[in-house]
Design a protein around this ligand. Structure first.
Ligand code: FES
Ligand SMILES: [Fe+2]
Length: 372
């Protein structure tokens, strides 16, 4: 019998070649909408966060008009970085360059360039900070480094945002954050996320909670199986209602979830390359991704509950966090393992199985973004 042709992965070198990494920064990371946090992360005027995205540094700050503004962390005079701190508050509502003290408003306009004279020909209005597009969606703050983003934020999120329409995302507040630096290329992280072929071996506890994961597929249709006719939408084992160590929760459920959303027990919305969100009946978790280098990726994992539950006696953050944290740690280990082996000179390309269809889709998307 003639063997079927098999499906190959991207070239292995794409996961460690610095030139390829730069191509992907330019074609993907500097053109897509990227989530940088939540509106409440900038509570007061002048509060700022600095975020590193590949080789670029962005400052996001709240101005006196109440709106958030984003700029490149670069002075218009001779290009010095404006702030070194990761976060803080600009005093007196001004951004002052630490080099020669050019002074900018929180909205980016150059207000003062010390000791310039008419002979210099510097008109203040020509030297505003390099602005970065910023928009919010249901409490989440996004930026886009493209001079002209190819779509609005709403358009970019539309396809997946419907999955979590019933959750009161605006009313969430963070109760815990875990940040991890993974020694792997950013695509390794997403490819691992997009398949469950590894689940039986890597996530035994998760497979007990989500039985279909034992097949290596992520849902019943893909696995060619019939769901339980009594609970046709359920993803969790009978008796379990959320992702927790015992499948239970002591917290009240979100108001307004439909029967399907509640029965499912886990609802994903995925916006590669920047983040995915998992919504449960009692809490929401997001995982944000940032490329720090060819083989360095930052993961920021946040847990949220409804703001009315922050003082609830049943809120046990340790219990809320334990299961998701375990799964992230298990994934981080295999991502780093994958990165270690992929540099082998003999290994030019891997092979993708049917069970890795979404990985194939992701690789096609990367190629398409690169114009191939
Ligand atoms: S580089 Fe910023 S004031 Fe000179
Ligand atoms: Fe996993």
């Amino acid at each position: 019998m003639k063997a079927q042709p098999y499906r190959e992965t991207l070239p292995a070198s794409w996961f460690y070649d610095p030139d390829q990494y730069r191509r992907e920064l330019r074609a993907i990371w500097y053109r897509e909408w990227l989530c940088l946090g939540r509106e409440e992360d900038w509570p007061a005027t002048g509060d700022f966060q600095r975020v590193d995205i590949g080789d670029e540094q962005i400052i996001v700050t709240r101005a006196g008009d109440g709106a958030l503004h984003a700029f490149h962390n670069t002075c218009r005079h001779r290009g010095s970085a404006l702030c070194e701190a990761q976060s803080g508050t600009f005093s007196n509502g001004r951004i002052v360059c630490p080099y020669h003290a050019w002074t900018y408003a929180l909205t980016g306009e150059l207000e003062r360039a010390p000791r310039t004279t008419e002979r210099d020909g510097v008109r203040l209005e020509d030297f505003s900070l390099y602005r970065v597009a910023l928009d919010s969606w249901r409490g989440f703050v996004f930026v886009n480094l493209a001079a002209e983003p190819r779509s609005s934020l709403q358009e970019a999120l539309a396809e997946e945002s419907g999955h979590v329409a019933a959750w009161p995302l605006e009313e969430l507040r963070r109760v815990h954050r875990e940040t991890q630096r993974l020694a792997c290329n950013w695509k390794i992280f997403w490819e691992n996320y997009l398949e469950c072929y590894h689940c039986p071996g890597v996530h035994p506890d998760l497979c007990r909670l989500v039985p279909i994961y034992r097949t290596g597929f992520m849902d019943y249709a893909d696995a060619g199986q019939e769901p339980d006719p009594q609970r046709p939408h359920a993803m969790l084992r009978p008796g379990a209602v959320t992702w927790s160590t015992d499948g239970g929760t002591d917290l009240p459920w979100f108001d307004g979830l439909g029967k399907e959303d509640a029965e499912r027990g886990m609802t994903f919305a995925t916006w590669a390359p920047t983040m995915f969100l998992v919504a449960h009946v009692d809490y929401v978790r997001t995982v944000r991704v940032l490329p720090l280098g060819t083989e360095q990726t930052e993961l920021i994992v946040d847990w949220y509950v409804h703001r009315d539950l922050l003082d609830h006696p049943a809120l046990d953050v340790k219990r809320l966090v334990a299961f998701g944290s375990q799964v992230v740690t298990e994934d981080a280990r295999v991502c780093e393992l994958n990165q270690k082996g992929i540099r082998c000179a003999r290994h030019q390309r891997g092979v993708l199985l049917e069970v890795e269809d979404y990985v194939h889709g992701f690789e096609q998307w990367v190629r398409q973004r690169l114009g191939e």
